[in-house]
Design a binder for this molecule. Structure first.
Ligand code: PLP
Length: 480
């Protein structure tokens, strides 16, 4: 009996014996080696020819029967079922997968997204030093959470997130951000990027317009493109988004995205005047304001500034916060507050699209904040980052004479302004060849031309690491 159809899987040690025979037979049936209605060799014959136990052969045949490839006739053996022939070659269209609007957008957007792959290298921007993560207290708290809650941690979480975590966050946001909101209005998210993609459809419809800061956070533009929302970049002045520059010239948007505490990536703070005007204007026209408060905890002079949300009566500002900078990006955890009239639908939407971030991690973060460890960690990292910024500026001033870098009162990066006429993208490429990361300012803008500059992250690197990277980069900076 020819059994070459068995050869392909015969030696695959990752599969149990019965599965090797089952796959061989299935393939032989689908390729026509056994045709519809044909009687298969008996289990006794197969067992003898293939050197397999009879029970293993029967197990394979049973599986083929269960899936409908084969049927048995009382007393006469096993026969091949009449099956539609399997399409061997997919038509060109299906081989690539069907095109959708989102697939087209992904193709365009991915070309512009710079993927910051590990390992972390200086001067990757906007990242904390995860080596400072307080692993010991995290482990202690994790054990406590498991001891106190055990299997409860394995259940689906509440759609808005762990109740205790939302309660401590409500207190934390009141004390640090001036936000007065009850815990049931807070939603735990998988971070800001996730929150934007999740909540945007509650604020706008495809075809609507959103205004974003220019230069600004690419994540908001990308989310809008995926949703089919039109994005218009609004210039940023020294006080923050410059509405006056466009008043009366553009159709009104349905929402405006801003980073008031620390403009991304230029770093200025939105003044009280601009905040109040923005709020007044948004309320008058029924426009939502999306406040991305991504790194307000890292303020090195004075206290963190009150949020835009704290100036709102509760129906205009969507507040977005994240633990990606203060704890670790790998936690994939953040929090958001929707305007009161949207809160209930927000919870329902959350239920419709998934289950949220791990309840166990949420419970650990809850205890971490409640025990005072979070405040302690913020204090420690704030001191370390402030010192690293000071050292970095000192080194850069000496080694990169043609570059102007100002002290930054907040955040995890600084801007290195380059002389007019220098191509910042080309500079970033040259640095990249030396193993140094940097983000050209031009990559954050679409239309509004700006002076060339590089955004450089300093916070995640120790003094010796910064020194090596500054030294290595000086070849490129000195050449301008
Ligand atoms: C302005 C801004 N918002 C949000 C985020 C992303 O936050 P998350 O990691 O929570 O998605 C970043 C990340 O770098 C950012 O720069």
């Amino acid at each position: 009996m020819p059994t070459s159809w068995f050869d392909r899987y015969a030696d695959d040690a990752s599969l149990p014996q019965y599965r090797r025979l089952y796959l061989g037979l299935r393939e032989a049936i689908m390729s026509g080696t056994f045709s519809a209605g044909e009687r298969l060799p008996s289990s006794r014959t197969l067992s003898r020819h293939l050197g397999m136990s009879r029970s293993t052969v029967v197990e394979s045949l049973d599986q083929l029967v269960a899936e409908g490839y084969v049927f048995g006739r009382q007393g006469s053996g096993m026969f091949v079922a009449d099956l539609p022939s399997s399409p061997h070659r997919l038509p060109e269209r299906l081989a690539r997968g069907r095109t959708t609007r989102v697939r087209d957008e992904i193709e365009t957007l991915s070309a512009s997204v710079s993927v910051s792959a590990p390992p972390l290298r200086p001067f990757r921007m906007n990242v904390p030093d995860i080596r400072l993560f307080p692993l010991n207290s995290w482990m202690k708290i994790s054990r406590m959470v498991l001891r106190d809650f055990g299997a409860e941690m394995l259940d689906y979480p509440h759609p808005n997130g762990h109740v205790g975590l939302r309660q401590v966050l409500a207190k934390h946001l009141w004390v640090t951000r001036g936000i007065q909101v009850s815990s049931d209005r807070i939603m735990i998210t998988e971070g800001t990027r996730h929150a934007i993609n999740l909540l945007l459809p509650l604020l706008v419809d495809p075809g609507d317009i959103i205004w974003v800061e220019e230069p600004g956070y690419p994540g908001i533009r990308q989310a809008c493109r995926l949703l089919g929302v039109k994005v218009v970049g609004i210039p940023v002045g020294s006080e923050g988004i410059d509405l006056e520059a466009v008043t009366g010239q553009l159709p009104l948007p349905r929402a405006v995205y801003v980073t008031p505490s620390h403009q991304y990536p230029l770093g200025m703070t939105m003044t009280a005047r601009v905040r109040l005007e923005l709020l007044k204007w948004a309320k008058r026209h029924g426009i939502y304001l999306i406040e991305d408060d991504y790194d307000s905890e890292y303020r090195y002079q004075g206290h963190p500034l009150a949020s835009l949300h704290s100036m709102d009566s509760g129906d205009t500002v969507v507040y977005l916060g994240t633990f990606s900078k203060t704890l670790a990006p790998g936690l994939t955890m953040g929090y958001s507050i929707l305007p009161a009239p949207l809160a209930e639908d927000g919870e329902r939407l959350r239920r419709l699209v998934g289950h949220g971030t791990s309840p166990f991690n949420q419970a650990v973060v809850h205890r971490f904040i409640e025990s005072g460890q979070y405040a302690k960690h913020l204090h420690t990292t704030r001191m370390v980052y402030a010192e690293r910024q000071r050292l970095f500026l000192e080194m850069a001033k000496v080694s990169w004479p043609g570059v102007s870098i100002e002290e930054s009162p907040a955040g995890l990066d600084v801007i290195a302004w380059l002389p007019e006429g220098v191509d910042d993208t080309e500079m970033a490429l040259q640095l990249n060849r030396l193993g140094i990361e940097s983000a050209p300012l031009s990559s954050f803008t679409v239309k509004v031309p700006l002076r060339p500059a590089l955004i450089l992250g300093y916070a995640a690197y120790t003094e010796p690491e910064l020194a090596v990277a500054v030294e290595r980069s000086s070849r490129v900076f000195r050449a301008i």
